[in-house]
Design a protein around this ligand. Structure first.
Ligand code: NCD
Length: 298
């Protein structure tokens, strides 16, 4: 079994991941011993794009399960000598890792690797396509904090066009009964997804999830003057005041403070779940690794 997309998972598997990650999260917070359910296993990490949270989160999750995380330093790998992704996959597959985590700039790269490698492959973000473990940890964070997902109004705002986080969440959260509204600057909205204005999306929302403008994926510079984006599309205290009274704020990171989110909102200890998302991310990746290795009979 691979985790390439939210579509890779059945409803029962999603429920199991949400329950198990919450248990692991609570155990870890109450300082119980590390779970060692994957002692002696090896997990390969291949990050072809920059990462702070996701790469360290998978490595931490792997260690907490008693397995070893081995990271390929792509900058110093044979990719630089012109090796194809397929040949790299054959090479790494021959070392028989127990799981392989991959982030790549091309949509579908993890699926290509999964066809070659026998071990379970986890998509840690492919181009503008999907980032399933981020959506799963977002769902777990919402459920932990608000007690449910069913019936919640969730606004996802920002550069939806380039966001694999938005795409995975737009699949997962409605499956769990949420009403998801996507919004952003017209230039950064994909035509295939239904959309509203940022103000409409945030109005009465229980959860407001902000996304960064992914300038590295833009062919032409996005023409906003300094300070303009925050006023038009960003999350300010005033805009958050139009959401539901106890609305919570989320962001997958990395944040661009003062652009898509005001620092006062990002650092609001009552309402911002941004650090909780990171903490839950480790527990969710532990739950995913456990499930995939079990399903694969490893
Ligand atoms: C995101 C990503 O890489 O897709 N970050 C993450 O994994 N937490 C979002 C982004 O880069 O803006």
């Amino acid at each position: 079994m691979d985790l390439l997309s939210i579509d890779s998972l059945s409803d029962a598997q999603i429920e199991e991941l949400l329950d198990r990650s919450q248990l692991l999260f609570e155990d870890d917070r109450s300082d119980t011993k590390p779970v060692r359910t994957l002692a002696g296993r090896i997990v390969f990490n291949l990050f072809y794009e920059s990462s702070t949270r996701t790469a360290m989160s998978f490595a931490t999750a792997t260690h907490r399960l008693g397995a070893s995380a081995l990271s390929l330093s792509v900058e110093h790998s044979s990719v630089k000598k012109g090796e194809t992704l397929e040949d790299t996959a054959r090479t790494l597959g021959a070392m028989r890792p127990d799981a392989l985590v991959i982030r790549h700039r091309d949509n579908g790269a993890p699926a290509t690797v999964a066809e070659i490698v026998d071990a379970p492959v986890i998509n840690a973000g492919d181009g503008t396509n999907e980032h399933p473990t981020q959506a799963l940890l977002d769902a777990a964070t919402i459920r932990y904090r608000l007690g449910r997902i069913e019936g919640l109004k969730i606004a996802i705002c920002g550069d939806i066009r380039h966001s694999r986080v938005a795409r995975s969440n737009a699949k997962l959260l409605p499956r769990l009964g949420a009403d998801v509204r996507l919004a952003g600057p017209p230039e950064l909205m994909p035509s295939e997804l239904p959309q509203v204005s940022v103000d409409e999306a945030i109005d009465g929302a229980d959860v407001v999830m902000m996304l960064r403008v992914q300038r590295e994926r833009l062919e032409e510079e996005f023409g906003d003057a300094p300070g303009e984006y925050l006023g038009r599309y960003g999350l300010t205290t005033d805009r958050l005041a139009t959401a539901a009274p106890n609305a919570v704020v989320m962001h997958p990171g990395p944040m661009n403070r003062g652009i898509e989110i005001d620092s006062g909102v990002a650092d609001d200890r009552e309402r911002s779940l941004i650090t909780l998302q990171v903490e839950m991310g480790v527990a969710m990746r532990m739950a995913c690794l456990e499930m995939l290795l079990r399903e694969t009979g490893a």
